[in-house]
Design a protein around this ligand. Structure first.
Ligand code: BES
Ligand code: MN
Ligand code: ZN
Length: 496
């Protein structure tokens, strides 16, 4: 996808579709006024009659005929001017771009005059919204359609003033990198479990390392045994797919301490011996979304050349009910030396994370962030609108919340009070791996907290947000790729 920035008037620009943003209130911008005049007040009439409301996410397609060089004109609503946020701009682009594509356009021009937010950030949001809104995954379609499908090949952002072109170009280049990493995360999750095994995932991490000059180490079963990651090995035991412990290092920060990013990478979660019901089990190929987000974030850090040192840890395994599988009642000895009684083999995420978090401590990190499709209960708590956040580091939780607002990947905190720890007390081991139905987002985190030592730690539960069953403006049905953008914003703020 080619995205460029120019300034000037839009009428003379030949393009498949000109996208014109419209506010519900306030004075229309110069470009909108001129377009309206050229179209004999058609836009004013549309708005007056209520055919186009300019509510966030509303779109309206017009064929302007000879009154301008664009073949199509798409009005896109931004809501009230005073409520405008970067995410609304992202949403508008995410709605407009696929609309332009399905109407047959192969190029688009975005008019950005009068939006009133920071030019660089606006350009980044438009770029992200367009690329993410146009996302589709056609690898497994054989109907021959893929070659014939129309694609948007070029996008032009039209700056309101010549003076903001340079800033907007910066925004576009960051936006492209960042959106493409989310696309990478979505692609990884979209692949069926059979084609995205721990071995394949490790291969993907290796090719990322090669492309961006990262250090990579993949620990094989033998080495994992030698280290003593009993919890991770226990989860992997029921599958014929060997586990891989993927370690990726990006060093751009000189002598700064590492930031550790840990991503749950269960390439398929059947539940193991505590097998899941059949309904929706196919979705459990998304149980490596945390790992995908970490790969995306590290790709961004490297491509944006952030002045940070980052280690990404991906414990990758399949949770299957094979003959050697972990059984309820078994006791596992973790890398930390603490023991865990298995009550339910479907609570496997916290087991692999326990060992990965202990491993993260070896880096003496400034902060550990883990991201995981950890608990179905996260949907009960927050629905599909927010990532559940828990942790021990107030400052970093605050930073994560701000990053969530900025990226539209919003997070909401749940408490990690001492009282909850009673629920995971075991009669036989140091703890048990489930704490019953009550507050299970929290009790899962309570277990994790026992493996982060003294290091500041933020946990993100993306079980409810890694996948969407309905199309959203810049998030089509399927894997959302959530987390890559959030973590990247968190890292960018960390750099300051
Ligand atoms: N991967 C699942 C969590 C999940 C469930 C993600 C639904 C997305 C949608 C996790 O491994 C799991 O199975 N959690 C159990 C824990 C329970 C057994 C304590 C859950 O949430 O039901
Ligand atoms: Mn599970
Ligand atoms: Zn799982």
């Amino acid at each position: 996808m080619k995205i460029n920035v120019i300034s000037g008037a839009f009428e003379k620009l030949k393009t498949g579709a000109a996208i014109l943003p419209v506010f519900e209130d306030g004075k229309p911008g110069r470009e909108l006024e001129r377009a309206d005049r050229n179209l004999g007040s058609m836009i004013s009439r549309l708005i007056k009659q209520g055919d186009f409301t300019a509510r966030p996410g509303s779109v309206h397609l017009l064929y302007p005929g000879g009154s301008m060089a664009a073949e199509r004109l798409i009005l896109v609503g931004l809501g009230k001017k005073s409520d405008l946020t970067l995410d609304r701009i992202r949403l508008a682009a995410g709605k407009a771009a696929p609309h332009a594509r399905s109407s047959g356009a192969e190029s688009m021009v975005f008019v950005t005059e009068g939006l009133g937010l920071d030019a660089e950030e606006t350009a980044q949001a438009l770029t992200e919204g367009s690329i993410l809104g146009l996302y589709r995954f056609l690898k497994y379609k054989t109907n021959g359609e893929s070659g014939k499908r129309k694609e948007i090949k070029a996008i032009t952002l039209l700056a309101g003033q010549a003076a903001s072109v340079a800033a907007m170009r910066k925004g576009v280049s960051a936006g492209k990198i960042i959106a493409e990493s989310t696309v990478l995360a979505r692609d990884l999750v979209n692949h069926p479990g059979a084609d995205m095994t721990p071995t394949v995932l490790a291969g993907q991490a290796r090719s990322l390392a090669r492309q961006y000059g990262l250090k990579i180490k993949v620990l094989e079963r033998k080495q994992i045994e030698k280290l003593g990651m009993g919890a991770f090995l226990g989860v992997a035991a029921g599958s014929i797919q060997p586990p891989k412990f993927i370690i990726l290092e990006y060093r751009g920060g000189g002598s700064r301490p590492f930031i550790a990013l840990v991503g749950k990478s269960i390439t398929f979660d059947s539940g193991g011996i505590s097998i899941k019901p059949a309904e929706n089990m196919e979705r459990m190929k998304d149980d490596m979304s945390g790992g995908a987000a970490v790969l995306g974030a590290i790709r961004n850090a490297a491509a944006l050349k952030l002045k940070l040192n980052i280690v990404g840890l991906l414990p990758a395994a399949e949770n299957m009910p094979g003959g050697r599988a972990l059984k309820p009642g078994d006791v596992l000895c973790t890398l930390s030396g603490q023991t865990i009684e298995i009550v339910n083999t479907d609570a496997e995420g916290r087991l692999i994370l326990a060992d990965a978090l202990s491993y993260a401590c070896r880096y003496k990190p400034a902060v550990i962030v883990d991201i995981a499709t950890l608990t179905g209960a996260c949907t009960i708590a927050l629905g599909h609108e927010a990532i559940g956040m828990l942790g021990t580091a107030d400052q970093y939780k605050q930073q994560m919340r701000a990053a969530g607002e900025k990226t539209g990947e919003r997070v909401w905190e749940l408490p990690l009070w001492e009282n909850y720890y009673d629920q995971i007390k075991s009669d036989i081991a140091d703890m048990k791996n489930t704490g019953g139905r009550a507050a299970s987002v929290i009790t899962a985190s309570a277990l994790l907290s026992k493996f982060v030592g003294k290091y500041p730690w933020v946990h993100l539960d993306i079980a409810a947000t890694a996948w969407t069953d309905k199309d959203r403006p810049y998030t089509p049905k399927g894997p959302t790729g959530i987390g890559a953008r959030l973590l990247t914003q968190f890292l960018r703020d960390f750099e300051k």
